[in-house]
Design a protein around this ligand. Sequence first.
Ligand SMILES: C[S@@+](CC[C@H](N)C(=O)[O-])C[C@H]1O[C@@H](n2cnc3c(N)ncnc32)[C@H](O)[C@@H]1O
Length: 263
Amino acid sequence: MLNNSQYASSNKYEARIYLSRKFKINPKSKYEWIFDHFPKKENLNVLELGCGTGLFWLANRNNIIKSWSIILSDYSEGMLETARNSLSRINYNFQYEIVNAENILYSDNTFDIILANNMLYHIQNRDEAIKNIRRILKDDGVFVVSTMGKNDISELHNHLYTFLETKNNKFRFKEFSFSLDNGIEQLIKYFKNVVMEKYENKLEINETEAIINYYLSFNEIYDNVIILPEEYINGFRTYLQNILEKEKLITATKDEGIFICKK
Ligand SMILES: C[S@@+](CC[C@H](N)C(=O)[O-])C[C@H]1O[C@@H](n2cnc3c(N)ncnc32)[C@H](O)[C@@H]1O
């Protein structure tokens, strides 16, 4: 799976999200859709774990309730720095804190909303993290977790696999350790009420470089494997161009959603 060096700075992550943002067909972003599931009371204490570059709050900047106290946290200083810079143009008093989700030190019953977007699958000791998230959530609070399912952009991965097989390379992405398919059994140990909601979306891609850069961004950080070696790039580009000439678009169905957890 992905190793720690990928989040030392935000560059590789940004290369990956370019693909999913530029070519998505759902006009509502996933972050706006997730925000729709938040309670909208005044004076809530909100914590985001693994906030990355702060995209969630940027997407929802016009709907944030002014009386909320919001902490953006991540274990990567590089990510927090990018988040701080990109959110500096929003007139909101966010707090930024280094927090390793495997070692949460906040007091019991502190937060009304805890958000973990696409990050629980990175955590080794996930059971301990979820137990602590429950501990720091208020009794009437809500924990919102987003992740992917095993079929996320499988059509695109199949193109990569078919191309790699022409080079006798049998690389396959592994199933996520925390996904829409296996997340519920991990959460239900600590939350009485867990509901899954799916975000409908698809990518329609007409640019070969976006796909190439997406896969290049995994090189060496995914099981320390070079997924797309430099010497394959031209061949993969030609392979994708041939598909685009025939089909006009390369489509890839997103398999994404959230779990809404209550104590
Ligand atoms: C895929 S990114 C998601 C970023 C952001 N939540 C979003 O949706 O744009 C995963 C993030 O989790 C952070 N992360 C990974 N393991 C972590 C841990 N143990 N504690 C806190 N943050 C962690 C990474 O630094 C990275 O910013």
